[in-house]
Design a protein around this ligand. Structure first.
Ligand code: PMP
Length: 465
């Protein structure tokens, strides 16, 4: 109530930080620690670059939070939002009503998704999409007369959101430790993370072994208790963990063997990130349901949802009666209008093909060169997502003591040098906007190398090598 009336441009960074510390609780943040340090204030974006309140330019190699796939400042998205705000800023889809953008987007999504996906249920975020998944798969089995099929199997180190169901599906122990999670009926198996769990094994053999953990859990629980398996095609927040090629086809085979629904969480991998419209296509499988969010609007406005394959859609539509679930903003017309413009831009610019045939392979080449760096134990890429695993000893793949937080140290060098690269433990990850050019990828790789060198020098000075 005492907020300063000063326009944005007139506040100094210190003033922004003081107001932020006084009133704003950030997601996934130690509030007191941040208040002591001061937040960074991002004020403007254009293309793949951001500017902060100090005027520093930053190359955003994380596309915001894996979402700004078409980059900042796209006129077509801005105009679509403006037009829709002027025409009809809101109406709902509850009361036997809906709006033209919601209908058109549903139609458009059915076109870009694999052919077995003809229906969509809208939410505003990935977390809400996954809450919808939990209710929908359990409802599906009720309709099938198998109400005991309740359990959803997920994976350790998965990320599926921060709502009660989303965080429960996720496999982050820190999140489960707060708020009485997971909710009942969620079971976690190990992840297909070769660097951590498969060293010394052939990668494809390891992929099959990791998939066999699913079968073992199904047998242990009893197939008649299991509703679905959910996974990200490439684990994103877990550290850009690209599974061996053998993994997903084997997962699909096992789900089919026991009649279990397969859910692909496409919140990060959807809309071109891996070089196909959806990550499951890159992995060579067709799931029964797909969660999406982020890239559907390139993050310009919130939108998410669930693509419902025919197996589940037919049951819900033909035999389900009323599905008692929905959000005020399911099918929000402004969000849907922006999504339509975004999908049109992705198609018009050929961004999916560009990632698959040009920039994705080019990123792979650049990362391959970085893998020679003394700090780097392994690199992985898939389309325009990449991971650099930092190690203390390259020859033996020996990792650093987690207490040393070497990833955070590296991330600080990135921030200082105008690059946003994220640290997941000691795994440095990137997912740049899909509009990034080869020259900009060169610039990004140059900054990464500089920051790896600076990190190496600092580790040497600290005597940590
Ligand atoms: N699923 C995946 C795979 C995600 O990466 C995320 C967010 N990073 C979510 C779900 C949750 O999405 P949101 O933050 O929009 O709720």
């Amino acid at each position: 109530a005492t907020a300063s009336a000063a326009p944005a441009a007139q506040r100094t960074t210190a003033e922004w930080q003081a107001a932020d510390a006084a009133h704003h609780l950030h997601p996934f943040t130690d509030f007191k620690a941040l208040a002591g340090r001061g937040t960074r204030v991002i004020t403007r974006g254009d293309g793949i670059y951001l500017w902060d309140s100090e005027g520093q330019r930053i190359l955003d190699a994380m596309s915001g939070l894996w979402c700004v796939n078409v980059g900042y400042g796209q006129r077509a998205l801005i105009d679509a939002a403006t037009r829709q705000l002027e025409t009809l800023p809101f109406y709902n889809s509850f009361f036997q009503t809906t709006t033209p953008p919601a209908i058109q987007l549903a139609e458009r999504l059915a076109e870009v998704a694999p052919p077995s996906f003809q229906h969509v249920f809208f939410s505003s975020s990935g977390s809400e999409g996954n809450d919808t998944i939990v209710r929908m798969v359990r409802r599906y089995w009720d309709i099938q007369g198998q109400p005991n099929r309740q359990v959803i199997i997920s994976r350790l180190n998965a990320y599926h959101g921060s709502t009660m169901a989303g965080a429960s599906l996720g496999g982050m122990s820190g999140m489960h430790a707060q708020g009485g999670l997971p909710i009942p009926g969620i079971s976690h198996i190990e992840q297909p993370f070769w660097f951590q769990l498969g060293q010394g094994m052939d990668r494809e053999d390891f992929g099959r072994r990791a998939a066999a953990w699913l079968e073992a859990r199904i047998v242990q629980l009893g197939a008649d208790k299991v509703a679905a398996f959910i996974g990200e095609p490439v684990q994103g927040a877990g550290g850009v963990i690209v599974p061996p090629a053998s993994y997903w086809p084997e997962i699909r085979r096992i789900c089919d063997k026991y009649g279990i629904l397969l859910v692909s969480d496409e919140v990060i991998c959807g809309f071109g990130r891996t070089g196909r419209w959806f990550g499951c296509e890159t992995m060579g499988v067709t799931p029964d349901l797909m969660t999406f969010a982020k890239g559907v609007t390139s993050g310009y406005v919130p939108l998410g949802g669930v693509m419902v394959g025919e197996r589940v859609a037919r049951a819900l539509i033909d035999e389900g009666g009323e599905f008692q679930h929905g959000y005020t903003y399911s099918g929000h017309p402004v969000a849907c209008a922006v999504a339509l413009a975004n999908l049109e831009l992705i198609r018009g610019e050929g961004l999916v093909e560009r990632v698959r045939e040009d920039t994705g392979p080019y990123l792979a080449r650049l990362f391959d060169e970085l893998s020679a760096h003394p700090l780097v134990g392994e690199v992985q890429t898939c389309g325009l997502m990449g991971a650099i695993q930092l190690v203390r000893d390259k020859a033996s793949s020996t990792v650093f003591d987690p207490e040393q937080s070497v990833g955070m140290l590296c991330r600080a060098h990135c921030f200082e040098n105008g690059l946003i690269m994220r640290a997941v433990g000691d795994r440095m990850i990137v997912a740049p906007p899909l509009v990034i050019t080869r020259a900009q990828l060169d610039e990004m790789a140059g900054l990464i190398r500089l920051c790896l060198d600076k990190t190496l020098a600092e580790l040497g000075q600290r005597g940590w090598l």
